[in-house]
Design a protein around this ligand. Structure first.
Ligand code: NAP
Length: 390
């Protein structure tokens, strides 16, 4: 493991410390993140460069690490993972008017996207290149560690709720009129769910959600009107009963067991017959935890295919449409600007939008990021795993 200090070069901050990972073969020992040197990359016209002060860890990061042979296969290695950052702007592209050097921003980095495939756009390093339209100014009241909980979860929730190819709900505003419709958000205490509840509430919808009982007050504090325990044997019937007499605007399914349950509920209710799917149908976690054998891999892929086919069959029979969310697609449509430019800056500034879930700061410095991935993979409850980078 190698550690480099930042140096200054040609008037630019040179990024000399990054995390890289190698593509792990599924039958090989898991490749852990390493800290090493990386070049500073200047922004394109529509980009900014941020000196990261706090970064968050998402399931996506360890999924790519343990399942890189099937997930995000296009990535070239070594790469820099990480989607969520909060920090200071150090350089802006020539077309950027919304930000200046020194501004505090939070942003969703999209380096792992196929059309980016760019280590410079990962957040597990000191300097990250961000698309201007995927960044949001931070109010003074917000700390970096609080702000870093938001970006990917906000983006994923926004894609699910507002994109026309997903639920296509009306956009959030600071003073939304009630629509009289209800959205089901299965998995309200996840990071994505916490933000889906807030965004849909701000768009004028009532929210039915699920969580473990110890998180009932938490999801209600974000705006959920009714909450059910997703582990209850009667949860599907209970939610169908709760939705009786209401118009449902569709569902966002978060969590490995969520899709089948949401399809059954939406099929039984009046309203939009659509379920946005956030979670793959099988967990890749067993590939870490010493289970990187061909057998484990084959078992997971079999589950993946079987459950996907089962869900397709079940949703067709019930005439419910489903679609998987890709949490970065808003970068190329009107939802990105509706959230990161028009809604979130003011909603955060006036305290109507909360940085949720709570940050759980597990480390300080790039060397702690691998540990942070391990902690996230083992499971969190209404919390975001954060590493600060002072
Ligand atoms: N498609 C995309 O672009 C995209 C982007 C981001 C995330 N995701 C996926 O979205 C999911 C959530 O990600 P995240 O970062 O928000 O998760 P997270 O915060 O790590 O999720 C932790 C929460 O999951 C809840 N949970 C566990 N099992 C559940 C189940 N069966 N049903 C409902 N909730 C359950 C727990 O709730 P309690 O503690 O209350 O029990 C816990 O609070 C993951 O599957 C992730 O891979 C997809």
């Amino acid at each position: 493991m190698q550690h480099c200090d930042n140096t200054r070069c040609n008037g630019l901050w040179r990024n000399a410390s990054c995390l890289t990972t190698q593509l792990p073969g599924f039958n090989q020992k898991n490749a852990r993140l390493e800290v090493g040197p990386a070049p500073y990359t200047a922004p394109a016209a529509d980009q900014i460069v941020v000196r990261n002060r706090a970064v968050a860890v998402n399931p996506l990061d360890w999924i790519i690490q343990v399942a890189g042979t099937v997930a995000y296969r296009w990535l070239t290695y070594p790469t820099v993972l990480g989607s969520d950052t909060a920090g200071e702007v150090v350089e802006v592209g020539t077309a950027v008017t919304r930000f200046q050097v020194g501004d505090h921003v939070l942003g969703h980095a999209v380096g792992t996207d196929k059309d980016s495939n760019s280590a410079a756009e990962g957040t597990f390093q000191l300097y990250t290149v961000l698309l201007e339209r995927m960044a949001c100014p931070m109010p003074d009241s917000l700390s970096f560690q609080d702000a870093a909980v938001l970006p990917l979860a906000v983006s994923t929730a926004a894609c699910a709720l507002f994109q026309r190819d997903q639920l296509g709900l009306q956009h959030p505003t600071l003073s939304a009129e009630p629509t009289g419709q209800t959205v089901l958000i299965w998995g309200g205490s996840t990071s994505v769910g916490s933000n889906a509840i807030q965004l849909a509430t701000a768009a004028g919808y009532q929210i039915i959600t699920t969580a473990s009982p110890h998180n009932f007050d938490y999801v209600r504090s974000l705006g959920a009107t009714t909450v059910f325990d997703y582990q209850s044997p009667t949860v599907v019937a209970d939610i169908i009963a709760e939705l009786s007499g209401r118009t449902c605007a569709g569902a966002v399914a978060i969590g490995t067991t969520s899709a089948a349950a949401c399809v059954k509920i939406i099929a039984a209710c009046t309203g939009k017959k659509f379920v946005s799917l956030a979670t793959p149908p099988a967990s890749f976690a067993p590939l870490a935890d010493g289970g990187r054998s061909r057998l484990t891999f084959a078992r997971i892929m079999t589950q993946f295919v079987t459950k996907s086919v089962g869900l397709q069959f079940s949703s067709r029979v019930r005439r419910v449409r489903t679609k998987f969310i890709f949490g970065t697609t808003l970068k190329s449509n009107d939802v990105g600007t509706a959230i990161y430019r028009d809604f979130l800056p003011r909603a955060l500034a006036d305290g109507r939008y909360l940085a949720a879930p709570e940050p759980n700061v597990v480390g300080h410095g790039l060397h702690d990021v691998q540990r942070a991935l391990d902690i996230q993979r083992k499971g969190v409850s209404a919390a975001k795993v954060i590493v600060t980078l002072d």
